[in-house]
Design a protein around this ligand. Structure first.
Ligand code: SF4
Length: 355
């Protein structure tokens, strides 16, 4: 494996045996392959836009899947394989629509013509040829800029996914994500071209952040300074980490009147400032400190724990039976909650001692 997409990377150079984040080589390979298939999907999406074909499902999926390859999001090989398969089937469906609109679909090589293997060994073999260092012929400066663009696009995708969850979308952002991913395949661009693309990515990212801001404040109001208790209140308890406010809202609704107090952890702290969330009396306080201290702190929490967005670290035995994931977050053998039906999490909290 080779991964240097985040500041945790080993020796500041790259994770090569196992990720500092806990990523296994198998997962790193599957993520490389997922990105490769998303580049293929993007090539078709770019051709589609030229003939007026824009598929909202493809837009949203591209963001979710790309976001899932960010640090501390998805460590579950099976979930990544599902994403690879969905990426491929969406690409083939989109080709049919683009062809009907007389757009280009006759890709003979590269990720747009790629067919993923049907079994793990085959996928891992395919992944060997598509990782970040798989083409030694690319000049190091160009390669660096390509990777800066890719990692920038992942950030844009994460913001865009959170915004789209709250109903805010802009096709210019989706179009750039597809254009950027497809452009990483080009061999004919100059250093200046790549710098221009990286700067454009930053510009589009501001648009994505605007969308997310509009989603957050439009749904939950403008945040106001809010005292947040650091202690605890007697009763059953649920701890929420990450920064998906929709997950938090749905959980607060589903726990209302059940004698459960909800606590934030790490990056969920700012949720207390939003009028639409702080109005829930049982959204009580903040437990623990920063996200990276979770493995020390979660063992002391006497309730169930929900990981949203991108903060999960390898769960310790002491609390692995109490922790759940939602959205794009996943860890092998940890119970995942689809579609914000938090009943299993609530049942676990009710069965635990609480404070
Ligand atoms: S995401 Fe994980 S594997 Fe990749 S550089 Fe960061 S710590 Fe290393």
């Amino acid at each position: 494996m080779f991964c240097y997409q985040c500041e945790q990377t080993a020796k500041g150079e790259g994770c090569t045996k196992i990720g500092v984040c806990g990523m296994e080589p198998e997962v790193a390979g599957l993520q490389d392959l997922l990105i490769y298939t998303l580049k293929g999907l993007s090539c078709v999406a770019v051709e589609g836009r030229k003939v007026g074909v824009v598929d909202p499902e493809v837009n949203e999926f591209t963001c979710k899947a790309l976001f899932s390859t960010l640090t501390n999001v998805n460590f579950d090989p099976n979930r990544i394989i599902q994403l690879i398969q969905t990426s491929h089937s969406q690409k083939e469906n989109l080709k049919t629509k683009v062809k009907a609109a007389r757009g280009k679909t006759d890709f003979q090589e590269g990720p747009a013509a790629f067919q993923p293997a049907t079994h793990l060994e085959g996928l891992l073999k395919q992944a060997e040829g598509v990782g970040p260092k798989s083409d030694p012929s690319i000049a190091p400066d160009i390669l660096s800029l390509q990777h800066i663009l890719l990692y920038g696009l992942k950030g844009v995708a994460a913001y865009t996914d959170h915004a789209q969850i709250l109903g805010k979308k802009d096709d210019q952002v989706y179009a750039f994500i597809h254009e950027g991913l497809a452009t990483t395949l080009r061999q004919d661009l100059s250093l200046q071209d790549w710098i221009g693309l990286v700067l454009k990515c930053g510009e589009v990212n501001l648009k994505a952040m605007e969308l997310l801001d509009a989603g957050n404040t439009g749904t939950y109001g403008h945040p106001v300074p809010t005292p947040v208790p650091l202690g605890n209140r007697k009763g059953k308890a649920i701890l929420v980490s990450g920064h998906d406010l929709k997950d938090m809202e749905e959980l607060l609704k589903q726990t209302e009147g059940k004698g459960i107090n909800v606590y934030s952890h790490g990056e969920m702290l700012p949720a207390h400032g939003y009028p639409g969330l702080k109005s829930y009396n049982h959204f009580y306080g903040h437990f623990g400190t920063a996200w990276q201290n979770q493995t020390r702190e979660f063992a002391d929490f006497p309730g169930a724990i929900l990981m949203t967005t991108n903060c999960i670290q390898k769960p310790r035995e002491s609390y692995e039976g109490n922790i759940f994931t939602s959205g794009m977050v996943a860890w092998p053998d940890i119970l995942h909650i689809p579609n914000r039906n938090f009943n299993p999490l609530i049942d676990k909290a009710l069965a635990m001692p609480g404070f």
